[in-house]
Design a protein around this ligand. Structure first.
Ligand SMILES: [Zn+2]
Length: 268
């Protein structure tokens, strides 16, 4: 199951929303299904507002589903979601309606009102919260720091976990909450962290579940070396759903490095 989830995450990375910074506008397709956003989208909207530092009215968004299973096909390209500024329309592939990274990516377009992917948001302050565009981790860092970065293994990082909300409830957000896995560079130096390979990619932030009947997963990234400025913290949100009260014991991971255990109490 862990492998399957990771492969699925890799697929998200490949399709990665709506990359078209210079492409001409794509026509809104005729054959789509109007749709009502599920309960957890309000919660995901607030998470996107928080990372973007922007407020917006989610009620202005009109939602649509691609009528067939599989990716959205627009002018010969495949997408998992697509946003049109005109009419505040978001079209989602049926497979990705419960994928917070993809849904929040489209929400971020709506909050920013931009069709491109400004790296300061998609790969900066909302990195790990929305699906990004795959720019290298050092791309927006101070070049002076990048050149003097020390090469280290993932065990150098300090890994921590928290949930959003702090006390999840099975009866709130239709049981959805976020496990936020964080890796911090605790050293005063810039570092490049070598990640372990996974097929043709590398193992980023993830989590393990102490209960073998529940799965963990991890983010799959394209680069072998992940840059951290001194003190820099990277986040990865994992969207979890528990429809009944439960206590979970999880550990954060980045490649082979594993954190101490963390208890998640989901209240009724
Ligand atoms: Zn996009």
């Amino acid at each position: 199951m862990k492998l399957l989830s990771a492969v699925l995450l890799a697929a998200v990375g490949v399709l990665s929303g709506c990359d078209r910074p210079t492409a001409p506008l794509v026509e809104f397709p005729v054959r789509v299904t109007p749709w009502t956003a599920p309960v957890q989208y309000r919660f995901w909207w607030t998470l996107t507002e928080a990372c973007a530092g922007r407020q917006g009215d989610m009620g202005a968004v009109r939602w649509f589903l691609w009528p067939e299973s599989g990716p959205i096909l627009l002018e010969g390209k495949r997408y998992d979601g697509y946003w049109w500024q005109d009419g505040s329309r978001i079209l989602l592939s049926q497979e990705f309606t419960d994928d917070g990274q993809v849904v929040r990516h489209e929400m971020l377009h709506q909050l920013l009102q931009v069709e491109g992917h400004p790296a300061a948001y998609f790969d900066g302050q909302c990195a790990g919260i929305v699906s990004g565009t795959g720019v290298p981790s050092a791309a927006s860092a101070d070049p002076a720091l990048v050149t003097r970065a020390r090469d280290v293994g993932p065990e150098v990082l300090s890994i921590s976990l928290s949930t959003l909300p702090a006390r999840p409830r099975a009866s709130a957000n239709d049981g959805w909450f976020v496990l936020d896995v964080q890796a911090t560079n605790p050293t005063p130096d810039p570092i490049r962290v070598r990640l372990d390979p996974f097929f043709d990619s590398y193992m980023g932030l993830g989590f393990l579940n102490d209960d073998p009947t529940r799965t963990g997963t991890f983010d799959v990234v394209k680069e072998e070396w992940l840059f951290f400025a001194p003190g820099q913290r990277r986040h990865r949100y994992f969207d979890l759903r528990e429809r009944a009260p439960v206590t979970l014991t999880v550990r954060g991971t980045i490649s082979r490095a594993v954190s101490k255990s963390f208890t998640v109490v989901v209240d009724p």
